[in-house]
Design a protein around this ligand. Structure first.
Ligand code: OAD
Ligand code: ZN
Length: 246
């Protein structure tokens, strides 16, 4: 493995940073896969599948009430802070730094990241399950009790505004990512297993645009699919501050 050295930001114009659950591990939040991961239990795969709505709503709320409580009690770590610092220091004028996260925990925002593209939604937003209801999705830190909360406009059940399996990604987020990838010259992914598409395919879009591509992760990438040019194996909260010169 090469030794990480600080990125020369002045060399790049269109930077995309993609994060996954691994960047929040040092904040005490679990990943999805692997030992102790959220998806360990079979039940969770059922809960997170849109095909099981609306019957899964009580279990979905139980999961997201717990995730809200845990994330509210957590603090951003050195990985979130390094990203926020670099966005603030280098991401203005003719240089753009697009932060794209698969995380729903809100920790990038709390670290001060000015813009966060949330590909999989947010645990801290709630919306109505009735597609024709006029209630817009709203910011919500409430940890509800056992009952599924209901919509003040139409009385239908509410749900966390997160992307479940079988659902489309938010159109605005997809559009922002695709726009940033078109002229991307530096793509860095951190703390993600690269197993869930379309996020896992973004690196290919960046490579196609001619970008330098870097992975920072605890586990190595799949040797059969070496999508990244550079790989730094270890903890994002240790490696990102070095790479980002913070
Ligand atoms: P995963 O749980 O699939 O992968 C987390 C990755 O983080 C693993 O490859 C770990 O090796 C790595 N990791 C753990 N601790 C780390 C640390 N301190 N520093 C760096 N890396 C570390 O999580 P994601 O890739 O984020 O989607 O999962 C992608 C999507 O799968 C999630 O957004 C979720 C899930 O299904 C939806 O819910 C739609
Ligand atoms: Zn409604």
């Amino acid at each position: 493995m090469p030794t990480p050295t600080a990125i020369e930001w002045e060399k790049y114009r269109q930077i995309v940073i993609l994060t996954g659950a691994g960047v929040s591990v040092a904040s005490g939040l679990p990943t999805y896969r692997g030992e102790g991961g959220l998806w360990e239990s079979r039940n969770i795969a059922w809960i997170a599948d849109a095909a099981n709505l609306p019957g899964s709503l009580p279990a979905l709320w139980k999961l997201y009430n717990e995730r809200r409580e845990k994330a509210l009690g957590a603090q951003p770590n050195a990985a979130h802070n390094a990203i926020a610092d670099v966005q603030k220091q280098w991401g203005s004028g003719t240089r753009s730094i697009t932060l794209v996260t698969q995380n729903v925990d809100g920790l990038h925002q709390r670290a001060g990241s000015p813009d966060v593209v949330e590909l999989h939604g947010s645990a801290f937003r709630t919306r109505c399950t009735n597609a024709s209801c006029s209630l817009p999705a709203f910011a919500d830190e409430t940890v509800y009790g056992d009952d599924v909360p209901t919509c003040p406009e139409c009385g239908s059940p509410l749900r966390p505004d997160v992307v479940l399996f079988g659902e489309m990604l938010p159109a605005a987020a997809t559009w922002q990512v695709n726009r940033a990838l078109r002229e991307c010259d530096l793509f860095l992914a951190a703390g993600t297993s690269g197993l869930v598409s379309p996020a896992s395919n973004l690196v290919r879009g960046a490579a196609y645009a001619g970008a330098r591509t870097i992975l920072v992760n605890l586990d190595p990438m799949d040797p059969r699919d070496p999508s990244f040019q550079e790989e730094y194996l270890g903890r994002a909260e240790q490696i990102l501050p070095v790479l980002f010169g913070s």
